[in-house]
Design a protein around this ligand. Structure first.
Ligand SMILES: [Zn+2]
Length: 299
């Protein structure tokens, strides 16, 4: 094993000043061959990793640091990543694909497998010396195992915190599979930001934007920039529709008033075809709204 990925999510069983801490965290640990100890928000490393474009191998991403030589030559176009992103996109559209058995089928189809997994109980701070047996009254009829198990049930919330799930990883593929397995088996929503197009995790399934810096405005996040830009786009689209309608009416009226002028009618028919073509170019991103408006102005 070269490194571990550990995750935990959920609430502590015991009330702490009326509030139960909510854990959503992950850890990457490497002991041999350059030690690493990275803590992040649940799913953060994975969603950042699959959102990288281009030459991943030279990025400083924790998975690359941890997997070292095993990931030489990996790019965002590597077969595994292309297949993985497609699977995730399918899952975002249709939650059935994120069922555990479906995920296992996907791994099988790709000749991949789940890394070895451990479930580690976490003892609360200050409870290191606690003994579960102390929480059960002495009873000679109880076997040591029964006493221990009864003690655990009685004391688990006092002694133990939310447990860690740890996967033993060798490669970048292992780190991705471990992350995705934990996320889909713990009801985490994997989403795609509608502003920057990168993947992110949210406690809610209807979140549209991530918390990254917006690629369109370095001073703000997608969460703030996204809705504003979407609004602006809507306003722009409305203005555009109006301008097209106005021009259409104008050209039509000119043709209507001069019915004996066949050139005008031909021009109008030609315009109708061209406007459709230009609108397709605009929708595909081949031309900008400004270019479209300038063309419309000339007609
Ligand atoms: Zn974003």
């Amino acid at each position: 094993m070269s490194f571990t990925m550990s995750f935990r999510t959920g609430k502590d069983g015991e009330l702490v000043f009326g509030e139960r801490p909510q854990y959503r965290e992950e850890f990457l640990k490497k002991v041999y061959g350059g030690s690493l100890n990275i803590t992040a928000e649940l799913g953060e490393m994975f969603t950042d990793f699959i959102s990288i474009e281009g030459d991943i191998a030279t990025s400083n991403h924790p998975f690359i640091q941890a997997a070292g030589d095993t990931c030489e030559g990996i790019t965002s176009d590597s077969h595994f990543l292309v297949q993985l992103r497609e699977y995730i996109d399918l899952g975002i559209e249709n939650k059935n694909f994120f069922e555990e058995s479906c995920f296992m089928f996907f791994l099988e189809s790709q000749n991949l497998h789940l890394p070895a997994m451990l479930y580690t109980p976490v003892i609360k701070e200050g409870q290191e010396d606690a003994c579960v047996e102390d929480f059960v009254e002495d009873n000679k009829d109880m076997s040591p195992l029964e006493k221990m198990m009864r003690g655990y049930v009685a004391a688990k919330d006092k002694i133990y915190d939310v447990p860690l799930t740890t996967y033993e990883c060798e490669t970048v593929e292992d780190a991705c599979i471990a992350s995705l397995h934990f996320l889909i088996t713990h009801d985490c929503n994997i989403l795609k930001c509608q502003n920057c197009g990168k993947y992110f995790i949210s406690a809610r399934s209807d979140t549209k934007y991530c918390d990254r810096i917006s690629p369109f405005n370095k001073r703000t996040t997608c969460k703030k920039d996204g809705p504003q830009r979407a609004h602006k786009d809507n306003v722009k689209a409305d203005e555009l529709k109006k301008a097209v309608k106005l021009k259409k009416n104008k050209l039509y009226m000119r043709t209507f008033r001069n019915q004996d002028n066949l050139d005008l009618d031909r021009y109008y028919q030609c315009f109708l075809n061209n406007v459709k073509e230009k609108q397709n170019l605009l929708n595909s991103g081949a031309i900008t709204t400004e270019q479209f408006m300038a063309w419309l102005e000339e007609q």
